[in-house]
Design a protein around this ligand. Structure first.
Ligand SMILES: Nc1ncnc2c1ncn2[C@@H]1O[C@H](COP(=O)(O)OP(=O)(O)OP(=O)(O)O)[C@@H](O)[C@H]1O
Length: 469
């Protein structure tokens, strides 16, 4: 197995790595770093937690130390928290260089960002939306001398999901020099391969970790079958079990909406679990503060939407719980990848309701692994259900939360309720009308049939009468 010097890495960087406990390159580093140091474009696809960040940070720092000039490297990433994490890796590994970095993400002060950009940082780490805003609104910085464009979680950047980066990426690409090195990394590159190849035009070096499975071996992947209605009781039971047995464990719970994030946080706090949330409806400063508290283990439980599904590297996370079964296998891969990182062990548990079985099958097919059932003592879950959930008038809280949400959306809850009731009335009238029409048709059909049968009977009678004559 190669070591860092044999891959062409300078002594000062090898020393920096050692200080961080990075002694031997991981496969993605071993394979991609020489190609990057040779000046090639590179696409690296390796499992979650396998060291993809250092695979691009180290060669960029080496090249930067040889010829620092202007804004040298631009890193694009889909989420704000991830941008800070990547910038920190650059800062720590590039300390001896006196590296100047700049983070450009939404939700933070635009004026101070513009100032930082005009100060010619070596490395800019950005989310596409905010960087595109800066490009459109000012001409105080230039990216024309950029040597490296890096797209971390590259497949997500190209996806046209709920956040579509296409327009912003076009704006950004428009000011970058054609002559540059482009590096694309993710744990799930394959389904956007062609689009990515168009971005890395220089016959990119492509490396993908060869493995039957798409999740790491150290991850124990489980599921619990639960009726939708009592899912939360199972969740409480799981957390109770983990917190009773391991006081140093952190848990991330993924759920599908910001609203559910809030509701679950409220519910788990009722049970006195140290819970904090992270979702896109929160103010950015609060998002950073909550994540910092979770990383520092002030709060052991983080409830998050998929804004936290990709890239976040928090070594203390031992358990990932999917409160909803992810609709796409890719999302599942990234979510459960928040644990069992860098060779550590971890557990993931997916709550599967009667409506989600087909989703589990497609996840299993993609990851080439069968999820195992997580044993649960039903009696204990039932206890939670009857004692606590009922006594905390949870339904009432849900209703209050619904009303709060509507107010936040600028709607009047009472008017909305009225509107909903009217809609319901119209729907039920429509249903009744349809039913009536169908009944009429049936009646007509029955009438016609009756007539036919009568005719046939009469004909038979007639024939019989003729025969006797
Ligand atoms: N060669 C190495 N030896 C030991 N640990 C390493 C090495 N390289 C990186 N690490 C550590 O491994 C952890 C995971 O790395 P990183 O966050 O880069 O993973 P990733 O492959 O980008 O994962 P994801 O796909 O989830 O974004 C980090 O804490 C990092 O410091």
């Amino acid at each position: 197995m190669a070591d860092f010097p044999s891959l062409g890495l300078s002594d000062w960087l090898v020393k920096q790595c050692k200080q961080l406990g990075i002694n031997k390159p991981t496969p993605v580093q071993e394979n991609c770093m020489p190609a990057i140091l040779q000046g090639r474009d590179c696409m690296g696809c390796a499992k979650t937690g396998s060291g993809k960040t250092a695979a691009f940070v180290l060669p960029v720092l080496q090249k930067l130390s040889e010829d620092p000039y202007g804004i040298f490297c631009l890193v694009l990433t889909p989420t704000r928290e991830l941008a800070y994490q990547i910038a920190e890796q650059f800062r720590v590994l590039g300390k001896p260089l006196g590296l100047k970095d700049c983070i450009i993400v939404g939700g933070m002060d635009m004026v101070s960002q513009a100032l930082e950009l005009s100060n010619q940082p070596h490395v800019v780490v950005a989310t596409p939306g905010r960087l595109a805003d800066h490009i459109r609104s000012s001409n105080t910085f230039s990216m024309s001398k950029i040597q490296f464009l890096i797209m971390d979680e590259a497949d997500r950047l190209l996806e046209q999901g709920c956040t579509d980066f296409t327009k912003d990426l076009e704006t950004i690409m428009g000011i970058l020099p054609a002559k540059r090195q482009t590096l694309l990394f993710s744990a799930t590159l394959t389904d956007t391969l062609q689009e990515l190849k168009n971005i890395a035009m220089n016959q990119p070096f492509f490396w993908e970790s060869k493995s039957e499975t798409r999740t790491v071996e150290e991850l124990d992947q489980r599921y619990i079958l639960t009726p939708e209605k009592v899912k939360d009781a199972y969740l409480v039971h799981l957390i109770q079990m983990f917190t009773d047995e391991h006081d140093d464990w952190s848990i991330i719970i993924f759920t599908n909406t910001c609203k559910n994030c809030q509701i679950l946080t409220m519910m788990l706090r009722e049970f006195n679990f140290p819970t904090i949330s992270l979702h896109s409806m929160m103010k950015q400063k609060q998002r950073f503060a909550n994540l910092a508290k979770f990383k520092a283990s002030v709060f052991k439980i983080l409830i998050a939407t998929d804004v936290a599904a990709r890239g976040l590297d928090i070594p203390t996370v031992q358990v990932v719980i999917n409160h909803n079964t992810p609709g796409l296998p890719k999302i599942y891969i990234h979510r459960v990848g928040r644990t069992a990182r860098a060779g550590r062990n971890g557990v993931s548990i997916t709550l599967v309701t009667q409506y989600d079985i087909h989703l589990v099958h497609s996840i299993e097919e993609q990851i080439q692994t069968k999820l195992k059932e997580y044993p649960v003592v039903e009696k204990d879950v039932l206890k939670i259900l009857t004692q606590k959930l009922e006594s905390t008038d949870f339904d009432e809280k849900k209703e209050i939360n619904k009303r709060k949400q509507l107010i936040l959306e600028g709607k009047d809850p009472d008017l909305e309720a009225k509107r909903k009731a009217e809609l319901e009335k119209i729907r039920s009238q429509k249903k009744k009308f349809k039913q009536r029409i169908q009944e009429d048709i049936q009646r007509q059909k029955r009438g016609q049939l009756k007539k036919k049968l009568m005719k046939r009977k009469q004909l038979k009678k007639k024939k019989a009468a003729q025969a006797t004559v």
